[in-house]
Design a binder for this molecule. Structure first.
Ligand code: ATP
Length: 215
């Protein structure tokens, strides 16, 4: 069976080292053939002036260009309506046939997984690969605990042998960085260097993002 593909979804407003180290750790620990960054479509009522899709996409592209093994999957941004992760995974599963697919997320996302649309079906189409994040312990409620009991594994070969169905916790250093923290810092005039790739930091400065004046 071909090596699994990784998929890391997010708003990426902006993309930062927490996302990118997660992508690299997943690729190296699991032997992924590539990791695709999947910028999410944000519903208009949730969008801030900072989160224009063209800027989030441009920053994801700059980060991917600077990082071997990373690509950008634009499918959710190309749609006119927000899409649920389950719809994207079904679409990808149809494209990939039996090739394993690893949907990568932070521990905060796993802890709220049972609030996602049709969350019980996600594991029919992909494995879930989870990075540790400061402040988020893998302490699940009963529903998620049961899910983890049924699907958890630390054997990477099982993620290569089956197209979907396992939950794997990455062994990654926890990085105390978030997009919110970067946006707030830039708004206050702080330098975000080393929290994200230089190309992304330059883009934010050139475009005047997160200063409250740019759409
Ligand atoms: P915001 O602060 O705007 O909520 P964020 O920093 O959480 O943004 P997202 O784009 O929402 O970033 O995150 C996309 C995915 O990356 C999510 O699954 C999230 O859990 C994960 N992630 C984000 N930051 C980190 C981090 N520092 N370490 C590990 N995973 C992370």
């Amino acid at each position: 069976m071909t090596a699994p593909i990784g998929l890391l979804g997010g708003t990426f407003d902006p993309i930062h080292v927490g996302h990118l180290r997660t992508a690299i750790q997943a690729q190296e620990q699991l032997g992924l053939s590539e990791v695709r960054l999947l910028p999410n479509h944000i519903p208009p009522h949730r969008a801030t002036p900072d989160s224009a899709p063209k800027h989030r996409l441009a920053m994801a592209r700059l980060a991917a260009a600077a990082t071997p093994g990373l690509t950008v999957d634009e499918r959710e941004l190309n749609r006119t309506t927000p899409s649920y992760t389950i719809d994207t995974l079904i679409e990808l599963r149809a494209e990939l046939g039996q090739q394993p697919l690893c949907f990568i997320m932070g521990m905060d996302s796993l802890c709220s997984l049972n609030k996602w649309h049709r969350w019980q079906e996600l594991l029919e189409h992909a494995h879930l690969v989870v990075s540790h994040r400061p402040g988020w312990k893998p302490t699940f409620d009963d529903t998620l605990e049961q899910l983890y009991q049924n699907h958890g594994t630390q054997d990477r070969e099982r993620l290569h042998r089956t197209p979907a169905g396992h939950i794997f916790l990455l062994d990654n250093p926890e990085l105390e960085v978030s997009s919110t923290q970067i946006r707030e810092g830039v708004r206050r005039g702080n330098n975000p260097q080393y929290l994200l790739p230089d190309a992304v930091a330059n883009y934010i400065r050139q475009q005047g993002l997160y200063t409250g004046s740019v759409v």
